[in-house]
Every structure is written in C-alpha cells, then in structure tokens.
Design a protein around this ligand. Structure first.
Ligand code: C2O
Length: 345
C-alpha cells in the first residue's frame, strides 16, 4: 500500500541523516484538526510561466523580493504561522530528518528523498510555496524562477541571490562558489571553466538519457508503506540535484548549512530556485523521445500522499497522482535551450 501522509501530532525529534546526531531544532509543523483533500483548481486560461533566474526583469525581481520579505516578516509577527519563512523551511526538515514517522510504523522514519517520492514531494512543496508567496503580494500569477544550471548561461549562482542587501541573500553559503564561479555538477574538480561547462553537459546527458535504462533509473526506487527509508535515488536526484546542494552549502558550518543539509536547506531561498530546475528536469525528461516509459502506473505510487498548508493556512492532503502534469497545476517553464542533448560522451 502507498506511503501515507504523516501524523503531525506524532512529529518528533530531527536528526542529521549522515551522522545520526540529534539536531538542536524543533521543526515540527503546527497541528490542525481539519484536513481537506486538495482539489486542483480548473487550469487558468493562461499558464503561469516560471522564468530562468539569470534573466528575470527588474519588475519581476522586485515582486519576488517583496514576497520573500513578507514571508520573513511572518516569522516575527507570528512564528507559528505555517506560511512563515522558517515554517516553510522546517517542512523540509520534518519530512527529511526523521521528525515524521511513517503512520502505523513508529520505528520507520518517513523520508521523501532517495526514492520515487523525490520528484512529486518537491513539486508539491514548491507549488504551495509559490502560492503562498503570490498571496502575500496579492499576485496569484506569481511564479518562482528556476536556476538554469543545465545550460551554460545559468551555470553560475544566479546573481539575484548574491546581493547582500536582498532578502534572497543567505550568508551561509560556500564563499568560493559565489559568482562568477561555475557550478561543478559532476564533482569533477576541473579548474578550467570551459572544461567544467563541458563536463556539466556530459553529466546532464548521462543522468537524463545515457544512464537511464528504465523508468525507475530516473525516478528513483519504489517506496511503499512499511518499507525502510531511502531505497535508492534516481539519476537526477543523485547527480545534478545533490551536486548543487553540496556546491552551495557552507563548509564552515558543522552540517554544511544551509543548502548542504536537509534540515536547513529551505532557509536559503536559492533552494526553491534550485528545485524549480529539478522540477523542470522532470518535466523535460517526460518529453524526451527515448524508449524508456515515462509513467509509473503503480497505484502505490499514484496514491502516496503528503500534507501541506496552503496560502490560507488550511492543511491539505495531496496525492502524487495529481502532480504528474504541472500544466494541470497551472504553470509551465519558459523555454530555454537544452544543449546537453548533444553531449553524448
Ligand atoms: Cu529535498 Cu534538494 O532536497
């Protein structure tokens, strides 16, 4: 049977996943007696289009910054408001650092990484994050930008995140990797920029096409009720996704906070922008004309469910099966080139 949404009332201590250390943080969400089943609103006449972060307009940036500013302000006015910046970051901690258990299996942590839940969980997480930001600035058309690290033009940390006066800034990052450093998606250690770019394109070709011989190679391994956490990552999660976390995380901090640890990653706004591109990679993969089937038909996948607070602080239950087509969720991605398609090694 499918993984069930966690019981918020049973939420407990969080641990560092690598070391098992108890973390000095309570990341459990507020509880709520009322849970509603999420219904997708009818798709809008015009889809919202997520832009690449390296070429957003001034107007867009001003909105994005204002929305984040207001989200951060909620932390001060009411730290228990589930729409607040820290509460939103703590979602990632609770679902990923063992604070939530699997319902009915007290000894099993619920874990949304390292399995086929990876893409759907993060898609829903960003969906609500984006709607909350939109509602905080009264703009239901608001979208998150994506960090276009799979294209040479986007292979630096987007500059909008590197302005210390901006609410998008986070001091807890690897200082060596601020712009104009080029991200190294393959942990190649190459020092020539051009070589790193070429390696990155080869990494992308590999994780999207070459090393993907089955649906689960890309999506991650099955994870069902009663299964131990972390049965296995898909190629994209393991590759570019982890690489960007490690590259941004601050080596001066014990647990590589912020981006380098599950519990703290959501405290860096860049996290949501990174995951918008991970989400886009899932979308792009589904359009590739390869022989690998793109759908998982197992009902234990389609019926797996999560809980999130929406922009009205209502706790909603969402199913994996309802997030497979992001256009039905009302958004798409601005079209950009995917030069890695031609980087067969
Ligand atoms: Cu939930 Cu990129 O991690």
């Amino acid at each position: 049977s499918p993984i069930e949404p966690p019981e918020f009332k049973a939420c407990g201590a969080a641990r560092d996943v690598q070391s098992g250390d108890l973390l000095n943080i309570n990341c459990c969400p507020p509880t709520s007696d009322k849970i509603v089943d999420f219904k997708l609103p009818p798709p809008p006449a015009k889809l919202r289009v997520r832009p690449p972060a390296h070429r957003v307009s001034k107007e867009y940036l001003a909105k994005f910054e204002e929305a984040i500013r207001r989200m951060k302000a909620l932390d001060k006015s009411d730290p228990s408001d589930p729409r607040g910046f820290m509460q939103q970051a703590n979602i990632h901690c609770a679902y990923c650092n063992g604070a939530h258990d699997q319902v009915g299996y007290k000894d099993l942590d619920l874990q949304v990484h390292n399995s086929w839940l990876f893409f759907p969980f993060h898609r829903w997480y960003l969906y609500f994050y984006e709607r909350i930001l939109g509602s905080l600035i009264d703009d239901p058309t608001f979208v998150l930008p994506f960090w276009n690290w799979d294209n040479p033009k986007g292979m630096q940390m987007p500059k909008i995140f590197d302005n210390s006066g901006s609410p998008l800034y986070d001091a807890n990052r690897n200082q060596k990797n601020r712009p104009p450093a080029i991200i190294d998606l393959g942990f190649s250690g190459a020092t020539e920029d051009l070589q790193v770019v070429v390696n990155n394109l080869t990494v992308m070709y590999s994780e999207m096409i070459r090393s993907v011989n089955s649906t689960l190679d890309f999506m991650g391994q099955p994870y069902k009720a009663g299964d131990a956490a972390s049965p296995g990552m898909g190629s994209s999660e393991r590759g570019s996704h982890v690489a960007a976390h490690v590259w941004v995380g601050d080596p001066r901090n014990k647990y590589s906070e912020d981006m380098g640890n599950f519990y703290s990653a959501g405290r860096d706004v860049l996290f949501y922008c990174h995951h918008a591109n991970v989400d886009r990679m899932w979308s792009v993969w589904r359009t590739l004309k390869t022989d690998v089937p793109k759908d998982i038909k197992d009902p234990d996948y389609l019926n797996a469910a999560f809980l999130f607070y929406d922009e009205n602080k209502q706790l909603v239950r969402v199913k994996v099966g309802d997030c497979l087509d992001h256009k039905k969720m009302g958004y798409e991605f601005e079209k950009v080139d995917t030069p890695w398609l031609n980087y067969k090694p």
